[in-house]
Design a protein around this ligand. Structure first.
Ligand SMILES: [Zn+2]
Length: 348
C-alpha cells in the first residue's frame, strides 16, 4: 500500500528534522511544517480519498497513530530543549534496575563473643547478673585482696604487665584475671547475697604461641550467700555444662590450689566430642579441662565485706577462647585476634 509507505517515510523524515531542531522558534516551525493545518501530514491524508473504501479505516487509524507519535515526539523535544541540562543529569543518575543487586556485607559477632553470650544466657537463667569491672587494676585488687601472698610467682614481672606510675604510688597492673572484679562486686553489695558473672579481657606477658596470647578473655562466676556449699557449685557447673556442651555432659572436680579459694578444684567436663569414649582432643582420657573453681577463701570474703562466719560462696573461671576452640575445632588461638575474615565468616 503506497500510502502506508509514504506515511512511514514522512514520519521518519519528520523525526530526524525534529532531532535537529534547536530553540523554540525552530520547534514552532517544525510543528507548522509537519503537523500544521496545511502541514505535510494533513496533505498526505488527503490522498486517503483515493484508496479503496475497505482499506480506509485502517489507513485512517495509521494516520492518527502517526500524528500522536509526532506530537509526543515534539513534546519530548520541547522538554529536552527547555530542560536539557536537568534531564541529562537525571538520566545519568538513573539506576539500572535490571542489574543484579550487590550483596550487603553484614558484620558478624566474633566467635568468642558468641560463646560468651551463650554463657551469659545460661548463668542469667540461674539468676546471675553480668558485672563489668576495669581492665586496669591496682596490684592490691588484682592480687593482694584475693589472698595472693606478696611472693606469689604470678606476681612475677614476667607474667604481669605493670603500668608505669609515679614513684611512691600504688602499683597498677593490666588485670591478669577477671577475679580482680570479685572484690568490686562484693564491696558493692555486701552484706547482701550476690550472684555475678564477670567477663572480660585479661593480659599476661606470655610467649605468644598457638596456645597462648598476651590478651585473652576470661569468664568468672561468683556466688556469695548464707549456707552456700560445694554441692551448690557442682550443681551450678553441671547445669552449665549440659547447656553449653550438650545433654549428658558430666562435670568432674579435681583437687587443686588457688590462693583465693579453699578448697580449690580443677574443673573438667566429659569430652563432648567423643562422649567420654576417648579421642585425640581429650588425649584419650574422656575428659576436657575447662577451668578452675572453689569455695571463696575466708580472707577474700572478709576483704569483700562479708563475715566468713556467716557467709560462704563459690567462684570459678574459665577461658571462652578455650571453649570456642574445643567446640569448633579451631587449631590456633591466634586466629581470634587476627581479624582474619576467613575465620569470622564461618560464624554467622
Ligand atoms: Zn574426647
Amino acid at each position: 500500500m503506497a500510502i502506508a509507505d509514504d506515511l512511514s517515510a514522512l514520519q521518519k523524515q519528520a523525526l530526524s528534522a525534529l532531532a535537529e531542531a534547536e530553540g523554540a522558534e525552530r520547534l514552532a516551525e517544525w510543528k507548522t511544517v509537519y503537523l500544521g493545518k496545511k502541514g505535510q501530514l494533513t496533505q498526505l491524508s488527503r490522498s486517503l480519498g483515493a484508496i479503496a473504501a475497505e482499506q480506509r479505516p485502517a489507513a485512517g487509524q495509521a494516520f492518527n497513530a502517526a500524528r500522536e507519535a509526532l506530537e509526543a515526539a515534539l513534546a519530548d523535544r520541547e522538554a529536552r530543549v527547555r530542560y536539557g541540562d536537568q534531564l541529562n543529569a537525571f538520566e545519568a543518575d538513573q539506576v539500572d534496575i535490571t542489574m543484579p543487586g550487590r550483596q550487603p556485607e553484614v558484620g558478624r559477632i566474633h566467635p568468642v563473643n558468641q560463646t560468651l553470650r551463650e554463657i551469659f544466657d545460661i548463668f542469667g537463667d540461674m539468676g546471675f547478673q553480668i558485672w563489668e569491672s576495669p581492665e586496669v587494676e591496682t596490684d592490691e585488687l588484682n592480687y593482694g585482696l584475693l589472698n595472693f601472698p606478696p611472693d606469689h610467682p604470678a606476681r612475677d614481672m614476667q607474667d604481669t604487665f605493670y603500668v608505669e606510675t609515679p614513684p611512691g604510688t600504688e602499683p597498677v597492673v593490666l588485670r591478669t584475671h577477671t577475679s580482680a572484679g570479685q572484690i568490686h562486686a562484693m564491696r558493692r553489695y555486701a552484706p547482701e547475697p550476690i550472684r555475678v558473672v564477670l567477663p572480660g579481657k585479661c593480659y599476661r606477658n606470655e610467649q605468644v604461641s598457638y596456645r597462648s596470647e598476651v590478651q585473652f578473655s576470661q569468664f568468672e562466676f561468683l556466688a556469695v550467700g548464707r549456707n552456700i556449699t560445694l554441692a551448690d557449685m557442682k550443681g551450678t557447673l553441671g547445669a552449665m555444662a549440659e547447656r553449653l556442651f550438650g545433654p549428658g555432659t558430666k562435670v568432674r572436680l579435681r583437687p587443686s590450689y588457688f590462693p583465693f579459694t579453699e578448697p580449690s578444684a580443677e574443673m573438667d567436663v566429659s569430652c563432648f566430642l567423643c562422649s567420654g569414649k576417648g579421642c585425640r582432643i581429650c588425649k584419650y582420657s574422656g575428659w576436657l579441662e575447662i577451668g578452675g573453681c572453689g569455695m571463696v577463701h575466708p580472707n577474700v570474703l572478709r576483704n569483700g565485706g562479708y563475715d566468713p562466719a556467716e557467709f560462704s560462696g563459690f567462684a570459678g573461671g574459665f577461658g571462652p577462647e578455650r571453649i570456642t576452640i574445643l567446640k569448633y575445632g579451631i587449631d590456633d588461638i591466634r586466629w581470634f585476634l587476627s581479624g582474619d575474615e576467613r575465620l569470622l565468616e564461618q560464624f554467622g
